[in-house]
Design a protein around this ligand. Structure first.
Ligand SMILES: Cc1cc2nc3c(=O)[nH]c(=O)nc-3n(C[C@H](O)[C@H](O)[C@H](O)COP(=O)(O)OP(=O)(O)OC[C@H]3O[C@@H](n4cnc5c(N)ncnc54)[C@H](O)[C@@H]3O)c2cc1C
Length: 406
């Protein structure tokens, strides 16, 4: 009997975890496994803001895929997915085309189109490792130029961050840690640097507990971050941004605008003709698409609703890991000829938002609030737990996070 071809698209949180589970649970005689990813490395998207601020080396954020998969068991292709043909069971890559019997889509997120004039052209976005390294280099370049120009250009030292949700806040926390070092390196007074956060809601981190929000605001503001809420970004120009608050327009000269408000599911799913809801595929409880019994979706491309509230779960690394475990189990069942598949019942997950390497806020065990170093320890435990799952103790020791107090 012909062995089924299992193809996994994307080696992000969902795709890589699924591959690692499958290589352990399915022997060579049962199935072929192919993993396709745009880069030869996996990057920890939850650490990208640190690479962007320059508080972590980008090499710590990336993990060579060959080092964590069994290359005798998994055929790894570095290529870009162009489209999927679920009727013909084919995937078009930039260089070639592959066929599958069972497909897992784990292509993650991309930047969402935002209708703010000039934003796409002039703002930076934290969307992958390349874009994060670009932000780091751009920041450093502007600090380096500042004292090399006859006329001091304040726009080099003004940094504007758009959006006040998790990613922006985590990035602001890292910037607060990074700027003193940059000032020291380039002999610039810290008082000259402005970091301004623009959020359209009445508060940053809307939806979180008010005490946690207050703690985060205090932590950021005490380190010099200016938070402007209830303000909407109106235009982004090459050397400035304009926002509006209470009907008044304000222009901030800046060379660095980072837009960190919202992403969307990879558009490949939509352009390939899958039925989508908010750009994502609304999956069944067993993580398959509504229309195809041989196509699973994990991570940010999947829309999963809470069974009780019917509200969609937001992208969350801990849920994605649970999804991958179910997907791998269900694929094994299909390969073994079973038709009754397991259903995902997401377990409790903890929310921790870092405010730099030594401060954080969060809720664990449903409603237990954590602040400061305790939340930081929790955040690092979660990060290290993920490394453990994909690469064991060796990877934790190599890339793990242990710096809580310094
Ligand atoms: C700065 C930042 C901080 C975050 N912090 C947290 C946090 O603290 N906690 C949390 O739970 N979540 C956090 N998130 C969200 C979390 O990172 C995502 O929900 C998660 O990474 C999604 O996982 P995924 O497997 O769907 O895709 P990803 O991890 O995004 O991986 C997608 C993979 O597919 C590859 N790929 C994309 N397109 C193609 C293509 N066309 N062809 C081939 N390969 C392709 C990419 O290179 C990548 O390897 C954060 C996100 C960001 C950006």
């Amino acid at each position: 009997m012909r062995k089924p071809n299992i193809v996994i698209l994307g080696a992000g949180y969902g795709g890589l975890m699924t591959t690692i589970q499958l290589q352990k649970s399915l022997s060579e005689k049962h199935a072929n496994i192919t993993l396709v990813n745009m880069h030869h490395y996996h990057y920890q998207s939850t650490w990208l803001h640190e690479a962007a601020a320059g508080t972590i080396n980008h090499n710590n954020v990336r993990i060579m895929i060959q080092n964590v998969i069994n290359s005798k068991r998994v055929n790894f292709i570095v290529d870009k997915v162009v489209s999927i043909d679920p009727e013909g069971k084919k995937v078009k890559l930039r260089e070639t085309q592959i066929e599958y019997d069972i497909l897992v889509i784990g292509l993650g997120f991309e930047e969402a189109a935002v209708r703010i004039p000039g934003l796409a052209e002039h703002a930076f976005m934290i969307k992958n490792l390349d874009s994060s390294m670009l932000i780091r280099e751009h920041l450093e370049y502007n600090f380096a130029l500042y004292n090399n120009e006859m006329e001091k250009n304040q726009s080099r030292l003004n940094i504007v961050v758009g959006g006040g949700e998790f990613t922006s806040v985590e990035f602001l926390g890292e910037l607060a840690n990074r700027i003193p070092q940059l000032c020291e390196d380039y002999d610039i007074s810290k008082a000259r640097v402005r970091i301004i956060n623009i959020e359209s809601e009445k508060t940053i981190l809307s939806g979180l507990d008010q005490q946690l929000i207050d703690y985060a605001m205090n932590s950021l503001e005490s380190r010099g971050i200016e938070i402007v809420t209830g303000a909407s970004l109106k235009e982004c120009k090459p050397g400035s941004v304009i926002y509006e608050k209470n009907g008044k327009k304000v222009e901030i000269p800046t060379m660095t605008t980072v837009w960190a408000a919202g992403g969307r599911a990879n558009s490949v799913v939509e352009t390939s003709g899958f039925e989508t809801n908010q750009g994502k595929i609304e999956v069944r409880d067993d993580m398959r698409t509504p229309d195809y019994d041989d196509v699973f979706v994990v991570g940010d491309c999947a829309l999963m609703k809470d069974v009780k509230t019917r509200k969609p779960f937001s992208g969350h690394a801990q849920i994605i890991i649970q999804q991958s475990e179910i997907v791998a189990r269900n694929i094994k069942k299909l390969v073994n000829g079973k038709t009754e598949l397991d259903k995902l019942k997401p377990n409790r997950f903890d929310t921790v938002v870092s405010l730099g390497y030594n401060d954080a806020i969060g809720t664990i065990m449903h409603n237990c609030k954590l602040y400061g170093w305790k939340a930081t320890v929790m955040k690092k435990l979660l990060d290290n737990r993920y490394l453990m799952k994909i690469g064991g103790l060796g990877l934790v020791l190599k890339k793990g996070k242990f710096n809580v107090f310094y």
